[in-house]
Design a protein. Sequence first.
Length: 181
Amino acid sequence: MADIDRSTVKALARGEESAYTTVVDKLYRPVYHFALRLCHDSALAEDITQETFLAVWKRVASFEGKSRFSTWVFGIAYREFLRAREKQVVQTVPLDEQSFYDSREQTQSADDQISVREALEALPDLYRQVVFMVYIRGLTYREAAYVLDVPVGTLKSRMNHAFNILRDELAEEEVTAHGLP
């Protein structure tokens, strides 16, 4: 994903519509897919995305340049997701296998892929979001921590805990699959 250059951010801060169009053109789909991964509801993801870009337009002057502009936008999207989640009960829907693996090489057997996907889906939201942001969305630990508004150490701790859960779950499944006690 291409980031937004400084001149576009400055033009956006001046209220130039062409800059807003550029930002939306470059970031709309990634933000929508990010929101969809968080809420598992296409209509809600669309609403979150719309609210995100409205907030970007209103708050661009508060962008301090301490992160990439896209990271800042994803942070807004995450906070919009949290607001939306407070307003309604989110139904959990399984991750779409194809879009989940689009950015990853498919070297495992189909059974292994299903096992990993199911283990990821079973993670509590707190841990699944961290894994998604870092390994699927490709954010650095620092960027993911910024989006989630937590210290980097907390994010690393959550990632470690997620890996422990996944390792235990997949090891247990392996034992069960081979009929071992």
